[in-house]
Design a protein around this ligand. Structure first.
Ligand SMILES: Cc1cc2nc3c(=O)[nH]c(=O)nc-3n(C[C@H](O)[C@H](O)[C@H](O)COP(=O)(O)OP(=O)(O)OC[C@H]3O[C@@H](n4cnc5c(N)ncnc54)[C@H](O)[C@@H]3O)c2cc1C
Length: 283
């Protein structure tokens, strides 16, 4: 394996928005030399892997490097952004950074660009294509332009569990997927299962009536099968639904009996005063 030594003023790791802006300013405002290293094949950072339909959140004119404008300083006439300054799409941003590299940085003669190269630490850079290495000595500074690197769906594992045997793909890979596809639009519900505890409460309420008891049990069993079968709940959610239903039922009974007592007491009082009043009136 070949190891070469390179001396430069600035070693920049990351050819995304941050690294490219730094290199552009160095080239514009000084006579320093720069080496830019990136594990990706092209400048532009995460935009190379972003969904093709995503756009900047801000007007394109305020994004990119100082020396070269991105986009046109115009107002969109149609679409969701109608009436606002144009926003660049991911392919436009990648094409823009490619132009900055080819037309601005490399022609300066002071920038060396190592794409498809991994910085492994302490100035050591390894080519992902050939395995060759460089030891890069930065005379002025090592610039870590990975600092704000965002996690995007294409390059980060999903933030949820995927069952073994299930292939989980980011949305832009859906057209290549053949066979049955399930779009995961929601996660499973939590603990306890409110569906099952409601079914238990219905069974409880109908228990004294013979056919109500039959209906209540059948409904609870059907709810249990449906929630487990559809993957909406785990078994432990259903188990926890039993004490939850008992607690809710107990609270309901207490509140109802209190109300009943208050209501009947109040009613007797009203009846008495009415009798008194009518008696008084008759007398
Ligand atoms: C959909 C979306 C829209 C956005 N819109 C805006 C917006 O409108 N305005 C705004 O200001 N920001 C926006 N952002 C935020 C965005 O993160 C920044 O604008 C900017 O692109 C980040 O650039 P960066 O250079 O910090 O990171 P990156 O673009 O991720 O670049 C870091 C680079 O470092 C490389 N790298 C990492 N580790 C190594 C290593 N060990 N060796 C070699 N190379 C390495 C990576 O390959 C990568 O190319 C948006 C982000 C997303 C996802």
């Amino acid at each position: 394996m070949l190891v070469r030594e390179i001396g430069t003023d600035y070693l920049i790791v990351g050819a995304g928005a941050a690294g490219m802006a730094f290199a552009d300013t160095v080239v514009s405002d000084s006579d320093a030399e720069v080496v830019i290293v990136d594990r990706r094949h092209a400048p532009g950072g995460h935009w190379n892997d972003a969904y093709p339909f995503v756009r900047l959140h801000q007007p394109a004119m305020y994004y990119g490097v100082n020396s070269m404008p991105l986009g046109t300083d115009t107002i969109d006439q149609s679409g969701l952004n109608s009436g606002l300054y144009v926003q660049a799409s991911a392919p436009e941003i990648c094409a823009y950074y490619d132009r900055v590299m080819r037309e601005r940085l490399l022609p300066s003669g002071r920038v060396r660009y190592l794409p498809m190269s991994e910085h492994t630490g302490d100035g050591r850079v390894v080519s992902r294509l050939t395995g060759d290495s460089w030891d890069i000595k930065a005379r002025k500074a090592f610039v870590d332009a990975r600092y704000l690197e965002p996690g995007i769906p294409k390059t980060t594992p999903p933030p949820f569990e995927v069952e073994p045997g299930v292939r989980c793909v980011p949305v832009d890979e859906l057209p290549q997927v053949t066979g049955n596809t399930i779009m995961a639009a929601s996660v499973t519900n939590g603990m306890p299962s409110i569906h099952f505890s409601t079914a238990l409460l219905i069974a409880w309420a109908l228990w004294r009536w013979k056919w109500g008891r039959v209906f209540g049990i059948a409904f609870a069993i059907a709810t249990m099968v449906a929630t487990l079968g559809s993957g909406e709940h785990y078994l432990c959610d259903l188990v926890m639904a039993v004490p939850y239903a008992l607690f809710v039922g107990w609270c309901g009974r207490r509140i109802a009996s209190k109300r009943f007592r208050t209501a009947s007491g109040c009613g007797a009082g009203e009846r008495l005063s009415y009798a008194q009043r009518t008696g008084e009136a008759r007398a």
